[in-house]
Design a protein around this ligand. Structure first.
Ligand code: SF4
Length: 85
């Protein structure tokens, strides 16, 4: 259905995490396991690890859900539309 989406390297979004806010709940992993992981840390909260910083368009719904449902609002989706033609 979506035409002309995500040829390799042509992505329009970027995921960022505020590690000050993240407490490692792992909701993001549940929503988008390809994009996020949670790393345990000795004596501290686990932290999210972003596995794919610029996910392809096909993953947008999953990433948006992860951002929406993160209980600490630690995630953000930035639209990068600066891709030169
Ligand atoms: S980013 Fe949010 S959902 Fe993901 S591990 Fe951190 S606090 Fe949990």
């Amino acid at each position: 259905m979506p035409a002309a989406l995500s040829p390799k390297g042509l992505t329009a979004m970027r995921v960022v995490a505020d590690l000050e806010l993240c407490q490692g709940h792992g909701v993001c992993v549940g929503e988008a396991p390809i994009v996020f992981a949670v790393r345990e840390r000795e004596g501290d909260y686990a932290h999210v690890e972003i596995l794919i910083e610029s996910p392809e368009e096909a993953l947008r719904a999953q990433v948006e859900a992860a951002v929406r449902y993160c209980p600490n609002r630690a995630l953000a989706l930035i639209e990068d539309d600066a891709s030169p033609r």
